[in-house]
Design a protein around this ligand. Structure first.
Ligand code: AVJ
Length: 326
């Protein structure tokens, strides 16, 4: 008998992978940690709180676009449709799209793909409240989850992949292109991708979004050190770090850093690592790239997609772009 493919990876294995990544990335210059590790249970809850902050406008802007134009977006995708959401968050956005499809078909299969069990649970709970969907959660990387969803697609149905919330912005440029190519390779002609991407805007607005006056984003960032303390038996002193958001105009990205206030030594037992941080030395934890609308079209076209529509929220400057797989 084969094991069901959607079983979660054993925690031991996940911890080992985390330890290896932390060990490698903290020895790089500059020191780094991967942003995917921000989303443990507390990190996911803090991210949900960020989405409610007045200064973080991505989630609401995208919700407005989906509400206002969702019908037009799905009109171009021939049904029956199976939805695949990469990085599912809370499940609210996919439910807006599912709402646009309910007249046309029931139930609507939804595959949720996230490495965070907390995000999957929250989405499954929220989507459990609506009746016209059948939800499958995959605790997996985007690539692996997408392959599984493509394998499990009902015969004769169209896949609509949702990659929303500007999650694409966490990829450095060569990888964002490569990742869209991977999505394209998993799709068949007639399938589609709906891509959410945040647009370039004035620096002051960006800095408020990533360094908010309530300190929620700072907590979200520092929680990564707390997670390393707990899961990898480390002794980071959280009070000795400052959260810093920087707009890197040349690379067109907001960077999040954790800056050491003083010289300090840290031991991470499970990663077999001892570190000496200088006063002012930083650990780079995230990049959030910002785009021009035409650049998004080029990104998709470069990955082999045909642009099928673009909707822009003019106040917060956010774009949803629909791509068809030719
Ligand atoms: C979920 C990756 C889109 O980059 O804007 C929010 C994460 N980081 N505040 C983003 C995040 C700091 C967010 N993404």
């Amino acid at each position: 008998m084969t094991l069901p493919s959607r079983l979660a990876a054993p925690p031991e294995e996940a911890v080992r992978a985390f330890a290896e990544d932390v060990r490698r990335d903290l020895r790089l210059s500059p020191r780094q940690l991967q942003s995917k590790y921000l989303y443990d249970a507390l990190g996911s809850a803090l991210f949900e709180a960020i989405c409610l902050l007045p200064w973080y406008r991505i989630t609401r802007a995208e919700g407005r676009l989906l509400t206002r134009w969702g019908r037009e977006m799905v009109a171009g995708v021939r049904g029956p449709v199976a939805l695949v959401e990469l990085g599912c968050g809370s499940g609210e956005k996919v439910s807006l799209i599912a709402g646009q499809l309910r007249e046309r078909q029931r139930p609507i299969p939804i595959h949720l793909i996230d490495i965070s069990p907390a995000a999957l649970e929250l989405s499954e709970k929220n989507l459990g409240k609506i009746e016209h969907v059948s939800v499958v959660g995959h605790r997996a990387t985007y690539e692996e989850g997408l392959r599984r969803a493509a394998r499990e697609r009902p015969e004769g149905s169209t896949l609509l992949v949702l990659f929303l919330g500007s999650n694409v912005g966490n990829f450095d440029p060569p990888y964002s292109q490569m990742f869209l190519e991977e999505i394209r390779a998993a799709l068949r002609p007639g399938d589609a991708l709906l891509l959410g991407a945040d647009l370039v805007k004035p620096e002051a607005e960006l800095l408020l979004a990533y360094d908010d006056p309530l300190g929620v984003t700072a907590a979200f960032n520092k929680n990564l050190l707390q997670r390393i303390n707990t899961e990898l038996f480390a002794d980071f002193d959280l009070s000795a770090f400052d959260h810093r958001a920087v707009w890197n105009a040349r690379e067109r990205r907001v960077e999040m850093h954790l800056v050491s206030r003083r010289r300090q030594d840290v031991t991470i037992a499970r990663a077999d690592l001892a570190l000496s941080l200088e006063a002012g030395e930083s650990i780079w934890t995230e990049s959030s790239y910002k785009y021009e609308s035409a650049e998004i079209l080029r990104l998709g076209a470069g990955a082999g997609f045909r642009p099928a529509g673009q909707w822009i929220e003019p106040d917060a400057r956010f774009a949803l772009t629909l791509f068809a797989a030719p």
